[in-house]
Design a protein around this ligand. Structure first.
Ligand code: NAP
Length: 314
């Protein structure tokens, strides 16, 4: 007979891994499904300095995630690498269909996270991997000694811009307002960085080039003036990194689980969605602070709720 897990978790970012750890430790039969690499957005974050207890200088996202994964696996969590393509989760048994198999569980924890929002300018799609990137940790070394532009003004944009200064000759942050959204402590470091420059009140309108990214049009939102920026002749290209927020990975559940207008899943304080025995944790859910620590906390809460719902003691 096909195995019915106590709980299936989709997504092995900090929320999913924490849920797996707590479920595994509670001796629930637990299946963790991830389609790519563990860690979600944290896997592409260079430095983590605000996860409690994490004080190792220069600690990277991947190393923190590797420890979270090892910890969850130590408690007997089963793993499968698969992409879920359809679900039947309204009944008592939740069925997930993947490209490699079908999985059944009594409970489901959605920990599918979020991805980088595209800049939304003309030409963007054409130059992805040819100058345009959304991951400094992945692509910074391609821009060694070149000029780089970062779009956005939040924590991600400013932190990643600083990381890029380790590689690029000059980094210019393009922000649509004249003050940053990033935390003050991050801003302080950024303003002291001699390789980091700021283009305020500006948005990227268009990217262009001959096969690779060589130019862009930037509009000043206050004056309406359009400036064309072209790559230095000797360089032949430059980089544009987009960090303008995230979009939830919730398409799989559209029309099934309640969502807000942006696709984030609302839950109660115990991570219940509107569907019995279906939980949402981490960046995919409606919340005010999207951090490793809040995703991990969500995962722990959901797993404990699952344990209680299956237990005779409560
Ligand atoms: P975010 O905080 O939502 O910031 C997005 C930035 O992009 C904002 O500055 C926003 O401008 C700008 N923006 C949005 N749409 C735009 C558009 N269409 N065109 C141009 N600019 C646009 O996103 P994030 O920086 O990716 O951070 C996401 C979450 O992760 C946040 O909760 C953040 O605190 C957290 N995070 C934390 C850390 C950390 O604590 N070390 C690191 C990374 C991320 P406005 O400011 O004008 O709205």
């Amino acid at each position: 007979m096909e195995k019915v897990y106590d709980v299936i978790i989709i997504g092995a970012g900090p929320g999913g891994l924490a849920a797996a750890l707590y479920a595994g430790r509670s001796r629930l039969s637990t299946l963790l499904i991830e389609k790519g690499q563990d860690g979600g957005q944290i896997a592409i974050t260079d430095e983590i300095e605000n996860y409690p207890g994490q004080i190792v200088e220069g600690e990277s996202g991947p190393s923190l995630i590797a420890r979270m994964t090892a910890q969850a696996e130590k408690f007997g969590v089963e793993r499968v690498s698969d992409t879920i393509v359809s679900t039947d989760i309204l009944g008592e048994i939740k069925t997930l269909k993947g490209t490699k198999g079908e999985y059944k569980g009594k409970n489901l924890i959605i920990a599918t996270g979020a991805y980088s929002r595209p800049i939304g300018c003309k030409g963007e799609g054409e130059y992805i991997g040819k100058g345009v990137s959304y991951c400094a940790t992945c692509d910074a070394n391609f821009f060694e000694d070149l000029e780089v532009y970062v779009v956005g003004g939040g924590d991600s944009a400013v932190e990643e811009a600083m990381y890029l200064t380790k590689f690029a000759r000059k980094v210019t942050l393009i922000h649509r307002r004249n003050e940053l959204r990033a935390a003050k402590s991050i801003q302080e470091k950024a303003f002291k960085n001699p390789k980091l420059f700021f283009l305020w009140d500006s948005v990227v309108e268009e990217l262009f080039g001959d096969e690779i990214l060589q130019g862009m049009k930037v509009k000043n939102v206050k004056t309406g003036e359009i400036t064309t920026i072209e790559a230095d002749e000797d360089d032949g290209m430059f980089g544009v990194f987009g960090f303008i927020g995230t979009v939830p990975n919730s398409d799989l559940f559209k029309g099934i689980v309640d969502m807000d207008e942006r696709g984030y899943i609302p839950t109660d304080a115990d991570m219940h969605t509107n569907i019995p025995n279906v939980y949402a944790v981490g960046d995919v859910r409606v919340k005010s602070l999207r951090q490793v620590v809040t995703a991990a906390a969500d995962g722990a809460i959901a797993a404990v709720q699952v344990e209680r719902s299956l237990s005779d003691y409560f």
